[in-house]
Design a protein. Structure first.
Length: 558
């Protein structure tokens, strides 16, 4: 017998492989016990799966590993109890078993066999409770009397007495049929994966919270970078000096920001709208951003849209399970918080709960909708209703040459920067003008309404952050490209300098409002002079952006 006590101890310490081994060791017993309570193997598997998931999260409360079997039994019973209150068990009178056990009845056809199995299970359900439980556990997959006793927390002699009494209620042929039928309904090898499957070590994504890694506040490129790292792609962390300290620059994020075009984006829809920072809208079709990114990183992919209907999550649940089982995280839009990109790293209970990283998992009301894994991953039930689409990684494919990728990235950057509108929303250089004009409208900033000021400032501050981070990553990308493209290097470095200057201008804007993350910045924004000074800096940033575009165009002409 496997040393399940050591496996339980390892699982309690966080070893997921050990927990899966524990599930395999006890899954037949859990399902058999649940069946003895519920009288239905489909419901029994559901209850056992839920019990194992609960056991995983409660393992820290288990004091002694040797108590695991009986402890698990109580959890299984809890999930069975929710169903027994609503369900009457199918039973067959013990007198009727005489006919079932008649040797003259030896059905050959599938339908007759199924009817026989149903009748046999009816006999099991008709046994007294203790006998029914002992019978189900003993016969479902050859467990020993000692193992059944450990699970039920009773002496071996008690198990023997209960089995002996059950056999007295059944003729010899019926005992054989019961053993065959119960064993035939034991859970298959896929049961552990239906309980829980989680990829460990996927890098975290989320809004900046400190530390030495450069901020990554754009969900799609940050999520793509994390997935690439998990898949084993080689992108270094580079030490850099900025703002008077040493940082670690995630080269995967630099690359993803640039090839997606998000490093060059800016949107300002008329009015004050939170979704101005949704950089998946810098193209008329977001699929273009995804396609360009995956081509450059050398992976095929599939976009899977959530389907409306009675089971909205059926398709996306299946595709998540398939991908995770292949060892590949899934990028998803929605799931938790705003419909921005996140990462799905696993699931519980056949996908009823998804697990992963989201930019919004620690954010107020959205954070309250999710639980936490010990690894820090979020857990979200009822997730499908808020999920719009998945990006499923396919196989690796040949990447274009670096020169071709560089030129495509530069041409796309020009298109993003110079396109005046996207779906009616001012974009690129035009967005700077719309943003500055909005700040000059005094009527939008009522001094007596702090909530309105806070809203206006939030939208404005998000735009500042978009430009500060995006243009800084653009400057890093172009600086690295200059090393690979000597002929274009002077123009690329000139463009990088313009983008770096824009980054510094955004910090000047933060200073005008009281400083970066100033808690009273929204009140300072009520001052018209402050806002007009900020608008002037925004116009200056626009000129740097136009100048950078001219340098990029000159580089391409070479």
């Amino acid at each position: 017998m496997d040393d399940w006590r050591a496996l339980v101890a390892d699982a309690r310490a966080g070893d997921l492989a050990a927990f899966e081994a524990v599930v395999r060791r006890f899954m037949d017993m859990a399902v058999g016990y649940a069946y003895s309570v519920l009288g239905d193997f489909c419901l029994a598997e559901d209850a056992a799966q839920e019990a194992f998931v609960q056991a995983y999260y409660d393992l820290g409360t288990l004091r002694e590993p040797q108590a695991f079997p009986s402890w698990l039994r109580r959890i299984v019973f809890k999930y069975c109890d929710r169903r027994t209150r609503r369900k009457r068990l199918p039973t067959l009178s013990l007198e009727a078993t005489m006919e079932i056990a008649d040797p003259q009845h030896d059905p050959q056809e599938a339908v007759q066999r199924r009817e026989l199995q149903e009748a046999v299970l009816g006999v099991v359900n008709a046994l007294p409770e203790h006998e029914r439980t002992a019978t189900a556990l003993f016969y479902i997959n050859g467990y020993s009397l000692a193992e059944v006793g450990e699970f039920l927390d009773v002496p071996v002699s008690t198990v023997k007495n209960r089995l002996h009494s059950a056999r007295k209620h059944m003729r010899d042929r019926m005992v054989d049929l019961v053993q065959e039928t119960l064993h035939g309904n034991a859970p298959d090898e896929g049961f552990p994966e239906r309980v829980r499957h989680v990829l460990q070590g996927v890098p975290r994504v989320g809004f900046y919270r400190g530390g030495d890694v450069c901020p990554e506040d754009a969900p799609f490129p940050s999520s793509l970078a994390a997935c690439l790292r998990h898949l084993g792609e080689d992108y270094p962390y580079l030490p850099i000096e900025a703002h008077g300290r040493t940082w670690r620059l995630n080269d995967a994020t630099v690359y993803a920001m640039a090839i997606s075009g998000i490093a060059y984006g800016l949107l300002w829809r008329p009015g004050w709208h939170e979704d101005n920072v949704d950089m998946m809208r810098i193209a008329d079709d977001p699929a273009e951003i995804i396609d360009r990114s995956f081509e450059a990183v050398g992976y095929s992919y599939e976009i899977v849209l959530a389907q409306d209907g009675s089971d909205r999550g059926a398709l996306i649940r299946r595709r998540i399970a398939e991908s995770v089982r292949r060892g590949r995280p899934v990028m998803a839009f929605g799931v938790l918080g705003l419909p921005e990109c996140c990462i799905i790293t696993g699931y519980d209970g056949e996908g009823d709960v998804v697990i992963g990283w989201s930019f919004f998992q620690d954010d107020g009301e959205w954070g309250q909708e999710s639980g936490r894994e010990r690894s820090g991953y979020f857990r979200r039930r009822d997730w499908a209703r808020d999920t719009q689409a998945l990006i499923v990684f396919g196989d690796k494919r040949p990447r274009p040459s670096q020169g071709e990728t560089n030129r495509k990235a530069l041409r796309w950057a020009l298109e993003v920067m110079r396109r005046p509108t996207v779906q009616g929303c001012p974009s690129g250089h035009a967005a700077y003008t719309a943003w500055a004009d909005a700040l000059r409208r005094d009527g939008d900033f009522p001094v007596e309404e702090p909530d309105v000021l806070r809203w206006r400032h939030g939208v404005h501050d998000a735009a500042v952050g978009t430009v500060a981070e995006g243009r800084w990553y653009a400057s890093q990308f172009l600086t690295e490209m200059a090393k690979e493209e000597p002929a274009m290097a002077p123009d690329l470095l000139a463009a990088a300098a313009c983008f770096s200057a824009e980054h510094d201008l955004m910090w000047r804007i933060w200073g005008l409002a009281g400083g970066h993350r100033c808690p009273k910045a929204h009140l300072n924004l009520a001052d018209g002079e402050v806002r007009r000074a900020i608008a002037t800096v925004i116009v200056e940033a626009r000129e740097r952006d136009i100048e950078a575009a001219a340098h990029i165009e000159a580089a391409l002409c070479r």
